[in-house]
Design a protein around this ligand. Structure first.
Ligand code: HEC
Ligand code: HEC
Length: 355
């Protein structure tokens, strides 16, 4: 039950501090924003959530057009997903104060546009905790949910339901409503016909029981490093990396090349906020939405492999590799497993602004 208290307290805080009274009262995101929500979406979000917000363009990113989402999600829920992301998943923090590209004005415009495009009215859900038997819920989860959401809530082909940001910002009623109704146009089925009320309560209580507590991180903005130092171990022999399909290199081979201090370039295609949190040693940030102009003059045009990665593991890195190859850097490759698997395997990472 501790999770409920944390969430309720955080929810109250969000409405007052971040959103402001007018925002909380009206239940909409905007108020005079001049930014173009559609253009922001195309530049920053379409890569994974799809050109038409249909979801699953990459990384099993959820639909941003399902009516149920916009009917039952509170404005702070959506705001927090975009501002702080879902740590440990490909969904990055997009708020400027976290190192992302979006100002508050941009976030208002983007969310207003998404809500307007969805074209549904929001239903006010109860803020009361859902009471159910979490042990029963665990059985329901194992039987009906784990195949997509993962045995420990890590997400397999569906969102990570044990994610601390999700559980800190989603109300019990929102979780239960999502489980009961599903999400139209996505693989998430509605369980109203399959599970009775007690089972819906139980699985909701089980999800809640995994909440670990979460507080918004302090603002952190680090100056990106000097791109002229792109090449690592510049006087050593080049890393030799076996290729899959002429495009992908394996994490084990890159880790071995780093340990042997081979010549290599590592580029991080995720938003700068992700790079700030942690990155592969010596990697330079080249966010997928920024283009390669700034970095290109500093990249070698010889046998030095250029390895690009993201969390995804292929969408953002693939976009940067395509741009590099179009600019004549044929030796640009995608890190096959991506940065989440890299970190999970215990290969070295650098934390904060350090390269
Ligand atoms: C066939 C795969 C599948 C099964 C089975 C499934 N889900 Fe989902 N679920 C998804 C997908 C995919 C999404 C994201 C929606 C989208 O694609 O836009 C989702 C979304 C959700 C969400 C919203 C989370 C968020 O961040 O948006 C909740 C909560 C949820 N599911 C709970 C459950 C529970 C509880 C069960 C079992 C009773 C379950 N799901 C079974 C695929 C599944
Ligand atoms: C690199 C791929 C990627 C990009 C780019 C991306 N997202 Fe996501 N997004 C995801 C994934 C994956 C999730 C689900 C994470 C999880 O919970 O496991 C997600 C979740 C979300 C959610 C929560 C939805 C729900 O059902 O609860 C919102 C809202 C969202 N993203 C909005 C955005 C917006 C707006 C942008 C652009 C500024 C964006 N995303 C860019 C991959 C991405």
């Amino acid at each position: 039950m501790a999770g409920v208290t944390v969430r309720a307290a955080l929810g109250a805080l969000l409405f007052v501090t971040l959103s402001g009274p007018a925002y909380a009262a009206s239940g909409v995101h905007g108020g005079g924003s001049t930014a173009d929500g559609a253009a922001l979406y195309a530049r920053y979000c379409a890569l994974c959530h799809g050109a038409d917000r249909e979801g699953h363009a990459a990384d099993h990113a959820p639909s941003l057009r399902a009516p149920e989402l916009f009917e039952s999600a509170s404005p702070p829920y959506l705001w927090y997903a975009v501002a702080y992301g879902r740590p440990g998943t490909p969904m990055a923090a997009y708020a400027k104060e976290q190192g992302g590209p979006l100002s508050h004005d941009d976030q208002h415009a983007l969310l207003d546009w998404l809500v307007a495009e969805a074209g549904v009215a929001r239903r006010e859900l109860s803020d009361a905790p859902v009471r159910g038997d979490p042990r029963r819920g665990q059985q329901v989860y194992a039987q009906h949910c784990a195949s997509c959401h993962g045995g420990t809530g890590e997400g397999v082909t569906a969102p990570a339901l044990a994610n601390p940001v999700l559980l800190a910002t989603a109300s019990d009623a929102f979780l239960r409503d999502t489980i009961a109704r599903g999400r139209t146009g996505t693989p998430m089925p509605g369980f109203r016909a399959v599970l009775d009320d007690a089972d819906l309560d139980a699985v909701t209580a089980f999800l809640r029981s995994r909440a670990g507590g979460w507080a918004a991180p302090a603002p952190v903005v680090v100056d990106p490093p000097d791109p002229s130092r792109a090449v690592q171990n510049s006087s050593a022999a080049p890393a030799i990396l076996p290729l899959r399909e002429g495009r992908f290199v394996a994490a084990a081979d890159v880790a071995a090349a780093l340990a042997a201090q081979r010549r290599i370039v590592l580029l991080d295609a995720r938003p700068l906020s992700d790079w700030q949190r942690s990155h592969l040693p010596g990697a330079l940030p080249v966010p997928y939405y920024d283009g390669i102009e700034r970095i290109l003059p500093h990249l070698p045009d010889d046998d030095t492999p250029i390895v690009v990665y993201c969390a995804c593991p292929h969408a953002a890195s693939g976009k940067v590799v395509d741009a590099l190859r179009a600019a004549g850097r044929e030796q640009a490759y995608v890190l096959d497993e991506g940065s989440l698997v890299w970190a999970a395997r215990g290969y070295p990472i650098a934390v904060g602004g350090a390269r």
